[in-house]
Design a protein around this ligand. Structure first.
Ligand code: 2M8
Length: 439
């Protein structure tokens, strides 16, 4: 079906405007009432198409939540509201003693994927005036990721909570999350399921018990990942996070050069080499396989997390030696493990589901990160592919058609072709705007 660009653009813009709260934007009207890290980075990119000044404010509001150790937290809370989201800022307990920044800014104690430098670069290319201080913040962020989250110098970012991945209930985390004994069921009350049309599209209570348990364990060491006890059960080198890091880090190098920041430039070049030189050693699943595939590395169990998920496909964002033709590789994956059955109602044949349909035991087409198609993943894939290649064009076109037909949903069931989670979802709107702009 042809895309009606003007109508789609107008709707996308109204989604972002409706979710705007002063200088920043909520991911969705009801389910997510605070500022989320990677959401806001995507949102800033989308805002560029109609309000560059709002894009700058969005980006800087997000980065102002940065801790004094360089970490950019996954949520910056709107402290004027209460009870609308669990866990709230009181539960996290990240005050100035923990964050090293003003008590007027309240955040969570964990991180999300480092797409921030990608957003900053897009802003700068569009003529938005970012300052040397904006560079310094990004540098401190990348330095933190390498120093604290890759303390073993393996060239991959370690996450310590599924929420850090942004792909919360992905089956990638099942073994680590359920592989330890939960000594005591934590006390808490979730509110998310009251805020969506279909509560069954959200993670289960079993998962939430462990999400909360891990937060409490992290809280007991003031979220200092460098001080985690040796029996901390969830430590995984995240293949998607590491690919996004490499793509973002690459963008920072010319900015450092431009500013004459030579020691920072050298450090960034060192990070880039660290990831790329060791990529295959850390993430390549089976070196002997005909088709390369990349998986997370469970640092507690010392093994790869063998699964076909969108995370491995995001390797197109790096430039690993083992991946010769990323476009042909994605095509091949779409015909192979990521192929949808012929019974699928929509022609989503060129979209990459969060979990591959071939993973029959765990694939759930409507359940959050266990199968649905997410627009940010399709967008990230297109950033790693030649934009003129047929596969990049197909991913873009199919995504736009899906949103045009179904709406600005959080995620989409690739079998039924229906929208799930929350409607009015900001990054769906933002990235649609970016694709339309690039066309
Ligand atoms: C989802 O995660 C939050 C927790 O951070 C939640 O379920 O409450 C994820 O999809 C995450 O990637 C996203 O950033 C966040 C807000 O859209 O929602």
């Amino acid at each position: 079906m042809p895309i009606s660009s003007e109508a789609l653009r107008a709707k996308a813009r109204s989604v972002l405007e409706a979710n705007r709260v002063g200088s920043w934007t909520k991911p969705a009207p009801h389910l997510y009432p605070h500022l989320w890290s990677w959401d806001s980075a995507f949102i800033a990119i989308g805002l560029l198409s109609f309000d560059p000044e709002a894009a700058r404010r969005e980006y800087q509001t997000l980065m102002q939540g940065q801790w004094s150790n360089g970490m950019v937290p996954h949520i910056r809370f709107d402290t004027s509201i209460e009870g609308e989201y669990f866990p709230d800022h009181n539960f996290w307990g990240c005050d100035a003693r923990v964050t090293g920044i003003s008590n007027s800014i309240r955040t969570s104690g964990i991180l999300q994927p480092p797409v921030h430098a990608l957003a900053a670069t897009r802003l700068r290319r569009a003529g938005v005036d970012l300052e040397a201080e904006d560079f310094d913040r990004l540098f401190a962020w990348h330095h933190y990721l390498m120093q604290v989250r890759d303390s073993e110098s393996m060239g991959g970012i370690t996450i310590v909570h599924p929420w850090e991945s942004g792909m919360d209930n992905s089956p990638r985390w099942d073994r680590a999350l359920f592989g330890y004994e939960l000594k005591e069921k934590p006390e808490y009350k979730r509110v998310d399921r009251e805020r969506v049309e279909h509560p069954e599209d959200r993670p289960g209570d079993d998962e939430y018990d462990r999400y909360v348990d891990l937060v409490l364990r992290l809280k007991s060491v003031d979220y200092r990942v460098d001080r985690l006890p040796t029996d901390y059960p969830f430590q995984i080198k995240d293949v998607a996070m590491s690919a996004m890091f490499a793509a973002a880090n690459r963008e920072l190098i010319p900015w450092a050069k431009e500013l004459g920041k030579n020691s920072e430039r050298r450090a960034l070049e060192g990070y880039q080499l660290r990831v790329l030189d060791q990529w295959d050693k850390t993430f390549l699943s089976k070196p002997e396989a005909a088709r390369p595939w990349y998986v997370d590395r469970d640092m507690v169990r010392g093994q790869g997390v063998e699964l076909f998920s969108c995370a491995g496909a995001l390797a197109v964002l790096t430039d690993p030696a083992s991946l010769e033709a990323p476009e042909a590789w994605i095509e091949d994956l779409c015909r192979g493990p990521f192929a949808f059955s012929d019974a699928a109602k929509r022609p989503l044949r060129r979209l990459v589901a969060s979990t591959a349909p071939q993973e029959r035991e765990v694939f759930r087409p409507n359940l959050y990160w266990r199968g649905p198609v997410w627009i940010n993943i399709q967008w990230l894939l297109t950033q790693g592919l030649d934009p003129e290649s047929p596969i990049a064009k197909q991913i873009r076109q199919s995504s736009l058609e899906l949103v045009q037909d179904v709406g600005f949903y959080e995620y989409f069931d690739p079998v039924q072709g229906t929208g799930h989670g929350t409607d009015g979802f900001s990054w769906t709107a933002a990235l649609v705007l970016d694709w339309l702009e690039a066309a």
